[in-house]
Design a protein around this ligand. Structure first.
Ligand SMILES: NC(=O)c1ccc[n+]([C@@H]2O[C@H](COP(=O)([O-])OP(=O)(O)OC[C@H]3O[C@@H](n4cnc5c(N)ncnc54)[C@H](OP(=O)(O)O)[C@@H]3O)[C@@H](O)[C@H]2O)c1
Length: 283
């Protein structure tokens, strides 16, 4: 395993208010077992992947209390605490996991307060750099959920607030309560239906974090991505990530993997530049 501290740097940087990170991050959902349920069978291997994330110069790690549940955050601290300077860990609260197949929204202020305390403990932090509301909860007024995070921010437990799985209207509602630094929504080459939220983030100059940036693996199958990959001597996955990076300056992809080889392949996209003609082919 080699340290290549500048591997992620060619992706460029983005500001999350006063924090600056490389525009290619890491999604830490896939380091858990199964569909993000339980400890991975190869725990040392998962810890090695997390260490290599940082060795490759990736300084934005996305996680959530519900990944595992609690497993992803626990492994991040085990692998990386005390955290090197400049590492931003963005966690999320607002989902519970009664079993492997279920994700149940809970945006009640009491739940969010407890969830944040759990994340602080597992990540061994006094303040979370970026705390994201994982999803609006249809049973709780959205403004109550965001209001709870704003109060925790005032209490010094959250540095910056992010949102996930929101509409433009919800983004605007949240911004009336507290500054919002990022939106994390479903977006990738195969599914660009969230264009309106991406455009809103561009207008506001805040980060847009596409989840499933590889279509959860679907990008491997795209004929168009394959064609461009051949022209670069790259892989379809690398072209899918390079396309995202080129699509918008506010894009901050967080590809997820539990495998070292895939991590190294994915970070290889940071320096891949697609021509205007190739971007046109990919439209
Ligand atoms: N906010 C939300 O509601 C939400 C929802 C889903 C995800 N997320 C976040 O977004 C992150 C990214 O999403 P994701 O991990 O679900 O999906 P993804 O990044 O689109 O794709 C990950 C899948 O592709 C595979 N993969 C990764 N790199 C590969 C490579 N180079 N070659 C071949 N296969 C590769 C992974 O398997 P291997 O492990 O075998 O590499 C995994 O099955 C998550 O980790 C999580 O942090 C957020």
């Amino acid at each position: 395993m080699t340290a290549q501290p500048n591997a992620a740097a060619p992706a460029g940087s983005i500001k999350l208010a006063d924090l600056t990170v490389h525009r290619l991050g890491f999604g830490a959902m896939r380091i858990c077992s199964g569909y993000t349920w339980g400890m991975p069978k190869d725990r040392p291997g998962a810890l090695q992947v997390l260490k290599q994330v940082v060795a490759l110069g990736i300084n934005f790690i996305d996680t959530a209390d519900s990944y595992g549940p609690e497993v992803s955050e626990t492994l991040i601290a085990e692998a990386l605490h005390p955290y090197p300077a400049g590492i931003v860990i963005a966690t999320k609260g607002g989902y519970t996991r009664p079993n492997e197949g279920s994700w149940v929204a809970n945006g009640h202020p009491d739940h969010l307060r407890k969830a944040l305390e759990g994340s602080l403990k597992r990540l061994r932090l006094n303040c979370i750099d970026v705390y994201q509301l994982h999803t609006p909860d249809p049973r709780v007024p959205f403004t109550d959920s965001v209001g709870a995070l704003a109060a925790l921010q005032r209490a010094g437990k959250i540095r910056h607030i992010g949102l996930s799985n929101v509409s433009v209207q919800q983004l605007n509602e949240a911004r009336r309560i507290a500054p919002i630094v990022s939106v994390q929504n479903h977006y990738n080459y195969e599914d660009q239906s969230d264009e309106s939220v991406l455009a809103a983030c561009e207008r506001l100059g805040i980060a847009y974090i596409p989840w499933y940036p590889l279509g959860a693996g679907q990008s491997l199958k795209s004929a168009k991505l394959k064609k461009i990959a051949l022209q670069h001597g790259a892989t379809s996955v690398q072209v899918a990530l390079a396309w995202l990076l080129a699509r918008s300056p506010v894009m901050l992809p967080i590809p997820g993997t539990g495998k070292l080889a895939h991590l190294e392949e994915n970070v290889g996209a940071a320096g891949l530049r697609l021509s205007a003609e190739q971007m046109q082919t990919l439209r």
